[in-house]
Design a binder for this molecule. Sequence first.
Ligand SMILES: Cc1cc2nc3c(=O)[nH]c(=O)nc-3n(C[C@H](O)[C@H](O)[C@H](O)COP(=O)(O)OP(=O)(O)OC[C@H]3O[C@@H](n4cnc5c(N)ncnc54)[C@H](O)[C@@H]3O)c2cc1C
Length: 447
Amino acid sequence: MKNEQPVVLIGAGLSGSLLAIFLSRRGYKVNLYERRPDMRKHSLSAGRSINLALSERGIHALKAVGMLDEIMELAIPMKGRMIHGKDSSLSFQPYGIKENEVIWSVSRGELNKKLMDLASLQPGVEIFFTHKCTGIDLTSGTVHLENPNGEAVNVTGQTVIGTDGSASALRMDMMKAGRFNYSQSYLEHGYKELTIPALPDGGFQLEKNALHIWPRGSFMMIALPNPDGTFTCTLFFPYSGTHGFDDLNTEEKVLAFFSSEFPDAVPLMPNLTQEFFHNPTASLMTVKSEPWNYEDKVVLLGDAAHAVVPFFGQGMNCSFEDCVELDQWIEKHPNNWLECFQAFSKSRKPNADAIANMALENFIEMRDKVAHPEFLLRKKVEQQLEQRYPQHFISRYALVSFSTIPYHIAQEKGAVQDRLLDQLCANITEVSQVNWEIADQWFQGIN
Ligand SMILES: Cc1cc2nc3c(=O)[nH]c(=O)nc-3n(C[C@H](O)[C@H](O)[C@H](O)COP(=O)(O)OP(=O)(O)OC[C@H]3O[C@@H](n4cnc5c(N)ncnc54)[C@H](O)[C@@H]3O)c2cc1C
Protein backbone atom coordinates (compact mmCIF):
# COMPACT_ATOMS: atom_id res chain seq x y z
CA MET A 1 0.00 0.00 0.00
CA LYS A 2 2.90 2.33 0.64
CA ASN A 3 3.39 3.48 -2.92
CA GLU A 4 4.30 7.04 -3.75
CA GLN A 5 0.69 8.05 -4.22
CA PRO A 6 -0.80 9.94 -1.27
CA VAL A 7 -3.76 8.80 0.76
CA VAL A 8 -6.44 11.44 0.14
CA LEU A 9 -8.32 12.59 3.25
CA ILE A 10 -11.39 14.80 2.97
CA GLY A 11 -12.05 17.00 6.03
CA ALA A 12 -9.43 18.36 8.44
CA GLY A 13 -11.77 18.38 11.44
CA LEU A 14 -11.04 16.46 14.61
CA SER A 15 -10.81 12.97 13.16
CA GLY A 16 -9.22 13.94 9.82
CA SER A 17 -6.38 15.81 11.49
CA LEU A 18 -5.77 12.97 13.96
CA LEU A 19 -5.95 10.29 11.27
CA ALA A 20 -3.38 12.17 9.18
CA ILE A 21 -0.97 11.77 12.10
CA PHE A 22 -1.65 8.02 12.39
CA LEU A 23 -1.14 7.54 8.64
CA SER A 24 2.07 9.54 8.55
CA ARG A 25 3.45 7.45 11.40
CA ARG A 26 2.87 4.39 9.22
CA GLY A 27 4.84 6.02 6.42
CA TYR A 28 2.04 7.25 4.15
CA LYS A 29 1.98 10.50 2.30
CA VAL A 30 -1.28 12.26 3.19
CA ASN A 31 -3.06 14.99 1.24
CA LEU A 32 -5.78 16.43 3.46
CA TYR A 33 -8.43 18.65 1.82
CA GLU A 34 -10.51 20.96 4.03
CA ARG A 35 -13.51 23.02 2.94
CA ARG A 36 -12.89 25.88 5.37
CA PRO A 37 -10.00 28.34 5.44
CA ASP A 38 -7.22 27.63 7.91
CA MET A 39 -8.83 28.14 11.35
CA ARG A 40 -5.41 28.91 12.80
CA LYS A 41 -5.44 32.14 10.76
CA HIS A 42 -9.19 32.92 10.58
CA SER A 43 -11.49 33.15 13.60
CA LEU A 44 -14.18 30.52 14.07
CA SER A 45 -17.85 31.36 13.85
CA ALA A 46 -19.35 31.76 17.33
CA GLY A 47 -22.06 29.60 18.76
CA ARG A 48 -21.17 26.17 17.36
CA SER A 49 -20.09 23.48 19.80
CA ILE A 50 -17.41 25.51 21.54
CA ASN A 51 -16.24 22.88 23.99
CA LEU A 52 -16.42 19.13 24.18
CA ALA A 53 -15.97 16.45 26.82
CA LEU A 54 -12.91 14.32 26.19
CA SER A 55 -12.80 10.94 27.92
CA GLU A 56 -10.82 7.70 27.96
CA ARG A 57 -11.31 6.61 24.34
CA GLY A 58 -10.19 9.98 23.01
CA ILE A 59 -7.35 10.11 25.52
CA HIS A 60 -6.23 6.64 24.47
CA ALA A 61 -6.09 7.73 20.80
CA LEU A 62 -4.12 10.89 21.60
CA LYS A 63 -1.72 8.85 23.72
CA ALA A 64 -1.21 6.42 20.84
CA VAL A 65 0.22 9.21 18.68
CA GLY A 66 2.18 10.74 21.58
CA MET A 67 0.06 13.92 21.62
CA LEU A 68 -1.71 13.61 24.94
CA ASP A 69 0.40 15.98 27.02
CA GLU A 70 0.03 18.85 24.58
CA ILE A 71 -3.74 18.40 24.38
CA MET A 72 -4.18 18.04 28.14
CA GLU A 73 -2.65 21.47 28.60
CA LEU A 74 -5.91 22.76 27.09
CA ALA A 75 -8.25 20.61 29.21
CA ILE A 76 -10.18 21.12 32.46
CA PRO A 77 -11.21 18.08 34.54
CA MET A 78 -14.91 17.71 35.33
CA LYS A 79 -15.41 15.36 38.28
CA GLY A 80 -19.16 15.06 38.11
CA ARG A 81 -22.50 16.65 37.32
CA MET A 82 -23.59 19.71 39.23
CA ILE A 83 -27.37 19.68 39.14
CA HIS A 84 -29.09 23.07 39.33
CA GLY A 85 -32.66 22.87 40.65
CA LYS A 86 -35.42 25.25 39.65
CA ASP A 87 -35.23 26.61 43.21
CA SER A 88 -31.50 27.38 42.57
CA SER A 89 -30.45 24.43 44.76
CA LEU A 90 -27.22 22.62 43.87
CA SER A 91 -26.37 18.95 44.15
CA PHE A 92 -23.23 17.21 42.95
CA GLN A 93 -23.19 13.70 41.41
CA PRO A 94 -19.64 12.33 40.91
CA TYR A 95 -19.00 10.56 37.59
CA GLY A 96 -16.86 7.84 39.09
CA ILE A 97 -15.60 6.37 42.31
CA LYS A 98 -11.87 6.74 41.62
CA GLU A 99 -9.82 9.93 41.61
CA ASN A 100 -8.95 9.57 37.91
CA GLU A 101 -12.55 8.96 36.81
CA VAL A 102 -13.16 12.40 35.38
CA ILE A 103 -14.02 13.73 31.94
CA TRP A 104 -12.21 16.71 30.44
CA SER A 105 -13.61 19.92 28.96
CA VAL A 106 -11.62 20.96 25.88
CA SER A 107 -12.15 23.77 23.41
CA ARG A 108 -13.15 22.22 20.12
CA GLY A 109 -11.42 24.96 18.11
CA GLU A 110 -8.19 24.86 20.11
CA LEU A 111 -8.12 21.07 19.93
CA ASN A 112 -8.66 21.13 16.17
CA LYS A 113 -5.96 23.78 15.71
CA LYS A 114 -3.49 21.83 17.83
CA LEU A 115 -4.19 18.62 15.90
CA MET A 116 -3.71 20.52 12.62
CA ASP A 117 -0.43 21.94 13.91
CA LEU A 118 0.76 18.49 14.88
CA ALA A 119 -0.46 16.93 11.62
CA SER A 120 1.33 19.61 9.56
CA LEU A 121 4.59 18.78 11.34
CA GLN A 122 4.40 15.10 10.36
CA PRO A 123 6.49 13.99 7.40
CA GLY A 124 4.46 13.69 4.21
CA VAL A 125 1.29 15.44 5.47
CA GLU A 126 -0.01 18.38 3.44
CA ILE A 127 -3.24 20.25 4.24
CA PHE A 128 -5.08 22.10 1.46
CA PHE A 129 -7.50 24.63 2.91
CA THR A 130 -10.52 26.15 1.17
CA HIS A 131 -10.84 23.00 -0.92
CA LYS A 132 -14.41 21.81 -0.86
CA CYS A 133 -15.15 18.26 -1.92
CA THR A 134 -18.13 18.18 -4.26
CA GLY A 135 -18.20 14.43 -4.86
CA ILE A 136 -16.31 11.36 -5.95
CA ASP A 137 -16.24 9.11 -9.00
CA LEU A 138 -16.34 5.81 -7.15
CA THR A 139 -15.18 3.61 -10.00
CA SER A 140 -11.90 5.47 -10.42
CA GLY A 141 -11.63 6.95 -6.90
CA THR A 142 -11.28 10.46 -8.37
CA VAL A 143 -12.31 13.15 -5.90
CA HIS A 144 -13.91 16.33 -7.24
CA LEU A 145 -13.00 19.51 -5.41
CA GLU A 146 -13.58 23.23 -5.69
CA ASN A 147 -10.34 25.17 -5.12
CA PRO A 148 -10.04 28.63 -3.47
CA ASN A 149 -10.67 30.29 -6.87
CA GLY A 150 -13.91 28.37 -7.26
CA GLU A 151 -12.40 26.19 -10.01
CA ALA A 152 -13.15 22.50 -10.27
CA VAL A 153 -10.13 20.26 -9.69
CA ASN A 154 -9.81 16.48 -9.55
CA VAL A 155 -7.44 14.56 -7.30
CA THR A 156 -6.60 10.91 -6.96
CA GLY A 157 -4.57 8.93 -4.49
CA GLN A 158 -3.98 5.32 -3.57
CA THR A 159 -7.25 5.51 -1.63
CA VAL A 160 -9.66 8.09 -0.18
CA ILE A 161 -10.81 8.47 3.43
CA GLY A 162 -13.90 10.54 4.23
CA THR A 163 -13.58 12.47 7.48
CA ASP A 164 -15.90 15.20 6.23
CA GLY A 165 -18.39 15.14 9.08
CA SER A 166 -22.09 14.46 9.41
CA ALA A 167 -23.07 15.99 6.05
CA SER A 168 -20.33 14.06 4.20
CA ALA A 169 -20.14 14.76 0.47
CA LEU A 170 -18.45 11.42 -0.10
CA ARG A 171 -21.26 9.58 1.65
CA MET A 172 -23.80 11.22 -0.70
CA ASP A 173 -22.10 9.59 -3.68
CA MET A 174 -21.83 6.25 -1.88
CA MET A 175 -25.60 6.40 -1.37
CA LYS A 176 -26.13 6.92 -5.10
CA ALA A 177 -23.98 3.88 -5.90
CA GLY A 178 -26.56 1.54 -4.35
CA ARG A 179 -26.40 -1.30 -1.82
CA PHE A 180 -25.64 1.28 0.83
CA ASN A 181 -27.81 1.46 3.94
CA TYR A 182 -28.43 4.87 5.33
CA SER A 183 -30.63 6.49 7.93
CA GLN A 184 -30.74 9.97 9.35
CA SER A 185 -33.06 11.00 12.16
CA TYR A 186 -33.37 14.45 13.64
CA LEU A 187 -34.25 15.13 17.25
CA GLU A 188 -37.19 17.45 17.76
CA HIS A 189 -34.75 19.46 19.88
CA GLY A 190 -32.16 21.87 18.55
CA TYR A 191 -29.38 23.55 20.51
CA LYS A 192 -28.13 27.05 21.07
CA GLU A 193 -24.87 28.06 22.70
CA LEU A 194 -24.67 30.92 25.22
CA THR A 195 -21.97 32.18 27.57
CA ILE A 196 -21.36 32.74 31.24
CA PRO A 197 -18.45 35.19 31.26
CA ALA A 198 -15.48 35.01 33.64
CA LEU A 199 -15.19 37.12 36.78
CA PRO A 200 -13.17 40.34 36.32
CA ASP A 201 -10.08 38.57 37.74
CA GLY A 202 -10.50 35.67 35.29
CA GLY A 203 -12.07 33.38 37.89
CA PHE A 204 -15.07 31.09 37.36
CA GLN A 205 -18.61 32.13 38.31
CA LEU A 206 -19.63 28.50 38.90
CA GLU A 207 -17.79 25.44 40.24
CA LYS A 208 -14.96 24.97 37.76
CA ASN A 209 -14.52 21.19 37.92
CA ALA A 210 -18.04 20.10 37.05
CA LEU A 211 -20.37 19.73 34.11
CA HIS A 212 -23.36 21.85 35.10
CA ILE A 213 -26.86 20.68 34.22
CA TRP A 214 -30.20 22.43 34.58
CA PRO A 215 -32.52 19.44 33.94
CA ARG A 216 -36.09 20.47 33.24
CA GLY A 217 -37.86 17.37 32.01
CA SER A 218 -38.45 17.93 28.32
CA PHE A 219 -35.44 20.26 27.90
CA MET A 220 -32.22 21.21 29.64
CA MET A 221 -29.28 23.57 29.71
CA ILE A 222 -25.70 22.46 30.36
CA ALA A 223 -22.48 24.41 30.93
CA LEU A 224 -18.85 23.32 30.48
CA PRO A 225 -15.84 25.31 31.76
CA ASN A 226 -13.23 26.95 29.53
CA PRO A 227 -9.63 27.77 30.57
CA ASP A 228 -10.32 31.54 30.34
CA GLY A 229 -12.84 31.38 33.21
CA THR A 230 -15.93 31.37 30.96
CA PHE A 231 -18.53 28.63 30.67
CA THR A 232 -20.12 27.63 27.41
CA CYS A 233 -23.80 26.94 28.05
CA THR A 234 -25.91 24.90 25.65
CA LEU A 235 -29.67 25.02 25.71
CA PHE A 236 -31.21 21.84 24.28
CA PHE A 237 -34.77 22.82 23.50
CA PRO A 238 -37.58 21.75 21.15
CA TYR A 239 -37.81 23.72 17.91
CA SER A 240 -41.52 24.37 18.27
CA GLY A 241 -44.42 24.39 20.72
CA THR A 242 -45.13 26.56 23.78
CA HIS A 243 -41.79 25.46 25.15
CA GLY A 244 -39.90 25.79 21.88
CA PHE A 245 -37.40 28.06 20.12
CA ASP A 246 -40.19 29.30 17.81
CA ASP A 247 -42.03 30.73 20.75
CA LEU A 248 -39.05 32.53 22.30
CA ASN A 249 -39.21 35.31 19.74
CA THR A 250 -38.86 38.48 21.85
CA GLU A 251 -36.31 39.61 24.42
CA GLU A 252 -39.06 39.77 27.06
CA LYS A 253 -40.07 36.17 26.44
CA VAL A 254 -36.48 34.96 26.56
CA LEU A 255 -35.79 36.75 29.83
CA ALA A 256 -39.04 35.59 31.40
CA PHE A 257 -38.37 32.00 30.33
CA PHE A 258 -34.78 31.93 31.60
CA SER A 259 -35.72 33.69 34.86
CA SER A 260 -38.38 31.11 35.55
CA GLU A 261 -36.43 28.01 34.46
CA PHE A 262 -32.79 28.87 35.22
CA PRO A 263 -33.05 31.58 37.90
CA ASP A 264 -29.53 31.10 39.26
CA ALA A 265 -27.96 31.32 35.78
CA VAL A 266 -29.62 34.53 34.59
CA PRO A 267 -27.61 36.94 36.79
CA LEU A 268 -24.44 35.29 35.46
CA MET A 269 -25.40 35.84 31.79
CA PRO A 270 -25.30 39.59 31.08
CA ASN A 271 -25.40 39.04 27.31
CA LEU A 272 -28.17 36.47 27.39
CA THR A 273 -30.69 38.06 25.04
CA GLN A 274 -28.11 39.39 22.56
CA GLU A 275 -26.48 35.97 22.32
CA PHE A 276 -29.82 34.20 22.17
CA PHE A 277 -30.83 36.09 19.04
CA HIS A 278 -27.36 36.27 17.51
CA ASN A 279 -26.20 32.67 17.92
CA PRO A 280 -27.61 30.05 15.55
CA THR A 281 -30.01 27.32 16.55
CA ALA A 282 -28.49 24.12 15.28
CA SER A 283 -30.08 20.73 14.75
CA LEU A 284 -29.09 17.38 16.25
CA MET A 285 -29.23 14.14 14.36
CA THR A 286 -28.20 10.52 14.37
CA VAL A 287 -26.68 9.19 11.14
CA LYS A 288 -26.25 5.49 10.54
CA SER A 289 -24.72 4.05 7.39
CA GLU A 290 -23.36 0.73 6.15
CA PRO A 291 -20.98 -0.39 4.75
CA TRP A 292 -18.55 2.41 5.47
CA ASN A 293 -16.40 1.53 2.47
CA TYR A 294 -16.85 1.35 -1.28
CA GLU A 295 -14.51 -1.42 -2.33
CA ASP A 296 -10.93 -0.28 -1.82
CA LYS A 297 -11.65 3.20 -3.17
CA VAL A 298 -13.07 4.99 -0.16
CA VAL A 299 -13.90 4.52 3.51
CA LEU A 300 -15.85 6.81 5.85
CA LEU A 301 -14.85 7.47 9.44
CA GLY A 302 -16.05 9.67 12.32
CA ASP A 303 -19.29 11.63 11.95
CA ALA A 304 -19.25 10.96 8.19
CA ALA A 305 -20.03 7.31 8.98
CA HIS A 306 -21.97 7.67 12.22
CA ALA A 307 -23.06 11.01 13.68
CA VAL A 308 -24.45 10.62 17.20
CA VAL A 309 -26.32 13.04 19.44
CA PRO A 310 -24.03 14.63 22.05
CA PHE A 311 -25.63 13.39 25.29
CA PHE A 312 -23.00 10.81 26.19
CA GLY A 313 -20.18 13.16 25.17
CA GLN A 314 -18.85 10.47 22.84
CA GLY A 315 -19.04 11.64 19.19
CA MET A 316 -15.44 12.84 19.07
CA ASN A 317 -14.24 10.11 21.42
CA CYS A 318 -15.81 7.49 19.17
CA SER A 319 -14.32 9.14 16.07
CA PHE A 320 -10.87 9.14 17.67
CA GLU A 321 -11.34 5.48 18.53
CA ASP A 322 -12.20 4.88 14.85
CA CYS A 323 -8.75 6.25 13.98
CA VAL A 324 -7.07 3.84 16.43
CA GLU A 325 -9.01 0.91 15.04
CA LEU A 326 -8.45 1.76 11.37
CA ASP A 327 -4.75 2.06 12.16
CA GLN A 328 -4.82 -1.42 13.71
CA TRP A 329 -6.53 -2.88 10.63
CA ILE A 330 -3.92 -1.22 8.41
CA GLU A 331 -1.28 -2.98 10.49
CA LYS A 332 -3.08 -6.33 10.09
CA HIS A 333 -3.65 -5.96 6.32
CA PRO A 334 -0.61 -3.95 5.24
CA ASN A 335 -1.01 -4.55 1.55
CA ASN A 336 -4.72 -4.61 1.05
CA TRP A 337 -7.02 -1.59 1.48
CA LEU A 338 -10.07 -3.68 0.59
CA GLU A 339 -9.59 -6.20 3.39
CA CYS A 340 -8.62 -3.44 5.76
CA PHE A 341 -11.71 -1.30 5.03
CA GLN A 342 -14.10 -4.25 5.08
CA ALA A 343 -12.77 -5.48 8.41
CA PHE A 344 -12.85 -1.96 9.86
CA SER A 345 -16.41 -1.29 8.76
CA LYS A 346 -17.66 -4.67 9.93
CA SER A 347 -16.04 -4.61 13.36
CA ARG A 348 -16.68 -0.97 14.13
CA LYS A 349 -20.29 -0.64 13.01
CA PRO A 350 -21.89 -2.47 16.01
CA ASN A 351 -19.97 -0.16 18.31
CA ALA A 352 -21.08 2.97 16.47
CA ASP A 353 -24.69 1.75 16.62
CA ALA A 354 -24.38 1.02 20.33
CA ILE A 355 -23.09 4.48 21.23
CA ALA A 356 -25.68 6.12 18.96
CA ASN A 357 -28.44 4.35 20.88
CA MET A 358 -26.92 4.93 24.31
CA ALA A 359 -26.50 8.64 23.49
CA LEU A 360 -30.20 8.94 22.70
CA GLU A 361 -31.10 7.18 25.97
CA ASN A 362 -28.78 9.47 27.89
CA PHE A 363 -30.68 12.54 26.71
CA ILE A 364 -33.62 11.43 28.85
CA GLU A 365 -31.28 10.70 31.76
CA MET A 366 -29.67 14.15 31.58
CA ARG A 367 -32.70 16.31 30.97
CA ASP A 368 -35.08 14.46 33.29
CA LYS A 369 -33.94 11.53 35.40
CA VAL A 370 -30.97 13.24 37.12
CA ALA A 371 -33.45 15.41 39.02
CA HIS A 372 -35.48 12.50 40.43
CA PRO A 373 -34.88 10.95 43.88
CA GLU A 374 -35.28 7.39 42.48
CA PHE A 375 -32.49 8.04 39.98
CA LEU A 376 -30.21 9.47 42.67
CA LEU A 377 -30.83 6.43 44.83
CA ARG A 378 -30.09 4.13 41.91
CA LYS A 379 -26.82 5.99 41.27
CA LYS A 380 -25.83 5.61 44.92
CA VAL A 381 -26.61 1.88 44.85
CA GLU A 382 -24.61 1.62 41.62
CA GLN A 383 -21.61 3.26 43.29
CA GLN A 384 -21.90 0.89 46.24
CA LEU A 385 -21.90 -2.02 43.80
CA GLU A 386 -18.72 -0.68 42.20
CA GLN A 387 -17.07 -0.42 45.61
CA ARG A 388 -18.29 -3.76 46.97
CA TYR A 389 -17.77 -5.85 43.85
CA PRO A 390 -14.91 -4.18 41.95
CA GLN A 391 -14.10 -7.45 40.14
CA HIS A 392 -17.64 -7.81 38.84
CA PHE A 393 -19.32 -4.46 38.57
CA ILE A 394 -18.35 -1.39 36.56
CA SER A 395 -21.23 0.98 35.77
CA ARG A 396 -22.25 1.50 32.16
CA TYR A 397 -21.24 5.16 32.40
CA ALA A 398 -17.76 4.12 33.54
CA LEU A 399 -17.49 1.44 30.83
CA VAL A 400 -18.31 4.04 28.19
CA SER A 401 -16.35 6.98 29.59
CA PHE A 402 -13.46 5.48 31.54
CA SER A 403 -12.61 2.37 29.55
CA THR A 404 -12.02 1.27 25.98
CA ILE A 405 -14.24 -1.81 26.24
CA PRO A 406 -16.17 -1.95 22.95
CA TYR A 407 -19.31 0.18 23.12
CA HIS A 408 -21.58 -2.73 22.23
CA ILE A 409 -20.27 -4.72 25.18
CA ALA A 410 -20.78 -1.71 27.48
CA GLN A 411 -24.36 -1.53 26.21
CA GLU A 412 -24.98 -5.26 26.76
CA LYS A 413 -23.44 -5.24 30.24
CA GLY A 414 -25.44 -2.11 31.08
CA ALA A 415 -28.69 -3.88 30.18
CA VAL A 416 -27.82 -6.83 32.45
CA GLN A 417 -26.75 -4.52 35.28
CA ASP A 418 -30.03 -2.63 34.97
CA ARG A 419 -31.87 -5.82 35.87
CA LEU A 420 -29.77 -6.21 39.02
CA LEU A 421 -30.31 -2.55 39.94
CA ASP A 422 -34.06 -2.99 39.41
CA GLN A 423 -34.04 -5.79 41.96
CA LEU A 424 -31.83 -3.99 44.47
CA CYS A 425 -33.77 -0.74 44.29
CA ALA A 426 -37.27 -2.23 44.36
CA ASN A 427 -39.27 -0.93 47.34
CA ILE A 428 -36.42 0.92 49.06
CA THR A 429 -35.89 4.62 49.75
CA GLU A 430 -32.33 4.58 51.12
CA VAL A 431 -29.11 2.79 50.28
CA SER A 432 -29.00 1.34 53.81
CA GLN A 433 -32.11 -0.71 52.95
CA VAL A 434 -30.46 -2.61 50.09
CA ASN A 435 -30.49 -6.38 50.47
CA TRP A 436 -26.91 -7.14 49.45
CA GLU A 437 -27.57 -10.88 49.52
CA ILE A 438 -29.32 -10.41 46.19
CA ALA A 439 -26.10 -8.97 44.77
CA ASP A 440 -23.96 -11.68 46.43
CA GLN A 441 -26.06 -14.37 44.78
CA TRP A 442 -26.09 -12.55 41.46
CA PHE A 443 -22.30 -12.35 41.33
CA GLN A 444 -21.85 -15.93 42.59
CA GLY A 445 -23.96 -16.89 39.60
CA ILE A 446 -21.50 -15.34 37.15
CA ASN A 447 -18.39 -16.84 38.79
C1 LIG B 1 -23.44 20.43 20.46
C2 LIG B 1 -22.46 19.32 20.32
C3 LIG B 1 -21.76 18.91 21.43
C4 LIG B 1 -20.84 17.85 21.31
N1 LIG B 1 -20.19 17.44 22.43
C5 LIG B 1 -19.34 16.40 22.36
C6 LIG B 1 -18.63 15.97 23.52
O1 LIG B 1 -18.79 16.51 24.60
N2 LIG B 1 -17.77 14.92 23.38
C7 LIG B 1 -17.58 14.29 22.20
O2 LIG B 1 -16.79 13.34 22.15
N3 LIG B 1 -18.21 14.69 21.08
C8 LIG B 1 -19.09 15.73 21.14
N4 LIG B 1 -19.73 16.15 20.00
C9 LIG B 1 -19.53 15.42 18.73
C10 LIG B 1 -18.27 15.87 18.00
O3 LIG B 1 -18.30 17.25 17.77
C11 LIG B 1 -18.17 15.12 16.67
O4 LIG B 1 -18.43 13.76 16.86
C12 LIG B 1 -16.78 15.27 16.07
O5 LIG B 1 -16.56 16.63 15.76
C13 LIG B 1 -16.64 14.41 14.82
O6 LIG B 1 -15.42 14.67 14.21
P1 LIG B 1 -15.26 14.54 12.64
O7 LIG B 1 -13.86 14.86 12.36
O8 LIG B 1 -15.81 13.25 12.20
O9 LIG B 1 -16.23 15.65 12.06
P2 LIG B 1 -16.05 17.22 12.15
O10 LIG B 1 -15.38 17.60 13.41
O11 LIG B 1 -17.40 17.79 11.87
O12 LIG B 1 -15.06 17.57 10.96
C14 LIG B 1 -15.43 17.50 9.62
C15 LIG B 1 -14.50 18.38 8.82
O13 LIG B 1 -14.76 18.18 7.43
C16 LIG B 1 -14.86 19.44 6.80
N5 LIG B 1 -15.74 19.27 5.65
C17 LIG B 1 -17.08 19.08 5.65
N6 LIG B 1 -17.55 18.94 4.40
C18 LIG B 1 -16.48 19.04 3.58
C19 LIG B 1 -16.31 19.00 2.17
N7 LIG B 1 -17.37 18.83 1.37
N8 LIG B 1 -15.08 19.14 1.67
C20 LIG B 1 -13.99 19.31 2.48
N9 LIG B 1 -14.10 19.38 3.82
C21 LIG B 1 -15.33 19.24 4.37
C22 LIG B 1 -15.44 20.36 7.86
O14 LIG B 1 -15.20 21.71 7.57
C23 LIG B 1 -14.71 19.87 9.09
O15 LIG B 1 -13.46 20.48 9.27
C24 LIG B 1 -20.65 17.22 20.07
C25 LIG B 1 -21.34 17.65 18.95
C26 LIG B 1 -22.24 18.68 19.07
C27 LIG B 1 -23.00 19.11 17.86
